[in-house]
Design a binder for this molecule. Structure first.
Ligand code: FAD
Length: 190
């Protein structure tokens, strides 16, 4: 089996490499090279740089504003980012909630959220784990009750990575009391 990269793949790799060499924001690069902690603004700047290069939706289909790259291109892209000392792309928007919205959301939800995720206008965090509810998420207790056109949410979430920077959270919440604990759970955007 031939697993070497094609000519096109190597050209793609070179394009990413030279774009990073020229355009990767120097204040983020310098901090990364010195092992310094990036500020919230540094992370926003880095993600906006990805958007400006049309790379923000590196793992999304073209129809939703993504690159439509193949798995090999995604692999090469991520390798080049790592080699250039880029921070890790935050997964919460582009890899977690975004694909759920473009796969299952209605048009209004897609219009409302997908551009903001790509442009990094909103920082998302993930609200699944709870005190006492980790691997077994079906035991989660946070409740959401619909009152008018709002959900009233009560409960506790934990382990919420970078929640201090977030504008939005996608949460798993209990919206129905059911016999089977794996049922009655909804995915709420707050
Ligand atoms: C750095 C970090 C960041 C995180 N960020 C987030 C976040 O942003 N949002 C979020 O929602 N969560 C987050 N988590 C939570 C994480 O994804 C897991 O849900 C959580 O760590 C697991 O729950 P727990 O720690 O309560 O362990 P438990 O679920 O209590 O597990 C404890 C131990 O028991 C083992 N175990 C559990 N169930 C079984 C089983 N059925 N059979 C055999 N062994 C079992 C586990 O492997 C583990 O060794 C984060 C965790 C870490 C470490």
């Amino acid at each position: 089996m031939d697993i070497s990269f094609s000519e096109q793949d190597l050209q793609f790799q070179e394009e990413i490499r030279s774009a990073l060499a020229n355009d990767y924001p120097s204040h983020v690069r310098e901090k990364q090279e010195q092992g310094m902690v990036l500020s919230k603004q540094d992370m926003i700047d880095f993600h906006k740089f990805l958007y400006e290069k049309n790379w923000a939706g590196y793992n999304w289909p073209v129809e939703f504003g993504g690159t439509g790259w193949s798995p090999v291109q995604i692999y090469l892209f991520l390798n080049e980012l790592a080699a250039a000392q880029c921070p890790t792309i935050l997964p919460f928007g582009v890899s977690m909630v975004g694909p759920v919205i473009y796969t299952f959301g209605n048009q209004e939800q897609k219009d409302r959220f997908l551009p903001d995720i790509l442009q990094f206008n909103s920082w998302w965090c993930q609200g699944y784990s709870e005190p006492g509810s980790g691997s077994d998420l079906a035991s989660l207790k946070t409740k959401a009750v619909l009152e008018g056109d709002h959900y009233i949410v009560n409960g506790a979430k934990t382990w919420t990575t970078l929640a201090q920077n977030a504008d939005w959270i996608f949460c798993l919440v209990r919206t129905e009391t059911t016999q089977k604990k794996q049922e009655g759970i909804s995915f709420l955007l707050n």
